[in-house]
Design a protein around this ligand. Structure first.
Ligand code: A3P
Length: 323
């Protein structure tokens, strides 16, 4: 494995390192390596993966709700774990805390495990990425990737980092954020290679790797919710109405509502809670900003937008993927 130069991160003093074409925070590298070498996969594991600021919080809430919806049917609203914990506490990002023991309870849980990673596909533990033939022989975990429009991702990231680093190194300019995004020199970057790693794999192993888009989830939540539930082996039941079967709309709607931006943002736990992150206490509110499609138009100049579009065209050309 090649470890190449260290870069001083674009707006503050955090170091990032490149490993095999991707950039990572220096301080994350030990837990990442531990996750890669020590993680033991189970056949019924569910992995969520995403580039930061592409809707990870939503994906975590949605998948948790789908997998546990039968438990919740018997529970009152206040028993819904999402009313007590932020989605990032319910579904941990494994490489963040692999060495801190914070995910031990999840790793040892006898129940079906739901976990998340921001790591690129090429960095995942071998057990997770084994070949289709080996997977077919041994059974295989499921992996769901969520992608988002690059311009909205940059804008979301820019807001997020300015919140996180408020008061430390001065604000990151939107120009700088766009520059870093396009060059790929940013934590977990390059964005396009990250997305394409999972995209290619979803083409090769559609039964084990599902590729979703934030914009499609916003545009057609019920269809996408049903697709996701069916992929996870938790299809919504059909009701018979005499003319064949139709899916149970109420149940789909309930799941979508439980994980919706409007609901989560207003929950006490997300208004006033905080989560420990990189030695920082991050307020849960920063995970819920606007949750819309196309907000980039309010922040990027025409030149910036065209610059990102050009990189997007070049990177995605011939891949069959549009973002
Ligand atoms: P914006 O900054 O554009 O509002 P991540 O979860 O990967 O950090 O991504 C954060 C983005 O997802 C933010 O986008 C945030 O507002 C949005 N988001 C968070 N929860 C959401 C939800 N339940 N539904 C839709 N979008 C959500």
């Amino acid at each position: 494995m090649n470890k190449s130069p260290t870069e001083e991160l674009f707006w503050d003093t955090a170091e990032i390192h490149e490993i095999d074409g991707f950039w990572y925070y220096a301080e994350r590298m030990k837990p990442m390596a531990a996750f890669r070498s020590q993680f033991e996969c189970r056949n019924d594991d569910v992995f969520l993966a995403s580039f930061p600021k592409t809707g990870t919080t939503w994906l975590k809430a949605l998948c948790h709700t789908i997998l546990h919806r039968h438990d919740q049917e018997e529970e009152e609203e206040e028993e819904d774990i999402l009313t007590k914990k932020n989605p990032h506490q319910v579904v941990p990002t494994l490489e963040f805390s692999f060495l801190l023991g914070r995910v031990q309870h999840l790793l040892l849980s006898p129940r079906r495990r739901l976990m998340h990673t921001h790591l690129p596909y090429s960095y995942l533990p071998e057990e997770v990425t084994r070949s289709p033939a080996a997977a077919a022989a041994a059974g295989c975990s499921k992996l769901v990737y969520l992608a988002r429009n690059p311009k909205d991702t940059v804008v979301s990231m820019w807001h997020f980092y300015n919140q996180v680093h408020k008061g430390s190194a001065g604000p990151l300019s939107v120009e700088r954020a766009v520059e870093s995004f396009c060059s790929g020199v940013m934590p977990w970057g390059p964005f396009y290679e990250h997305v394409l790693g999972y995209w290619e794999e979803s083409k090769k192993r559609p039964d084990e790797v599902l590729f979703l888009k934030y914009e499609e989830l916003c545009r057609e939540p019920k269809e996408q919710g049903r697709k996701l539930a069916s992929f996870l082996g938790r299809s919504f039941p059909s009701t018979t109405d005499g003319s064949g079967g139709t899916d149970d709309d109420d149940e789909v709607e309930k799941v979508l509502w439980r994980s919706s931006f409007g609901r989560l943002k207003e929950l006490e736990v997300n208004k006033y809670g905080a989560v420990g992150e990189q030695g920082l206490q991050l307020s849960h509110t920063i995970y819920f900003r606007k949750g819309t499609v196309g907000d980039w138009k309010n922040y990027l100049t025409l030149d910036m937008a065209q610059c990102i579009d050009q990189v997007t065209r070049v990177k995605l050309q011939g891949t069959g993927l549009s973002l």
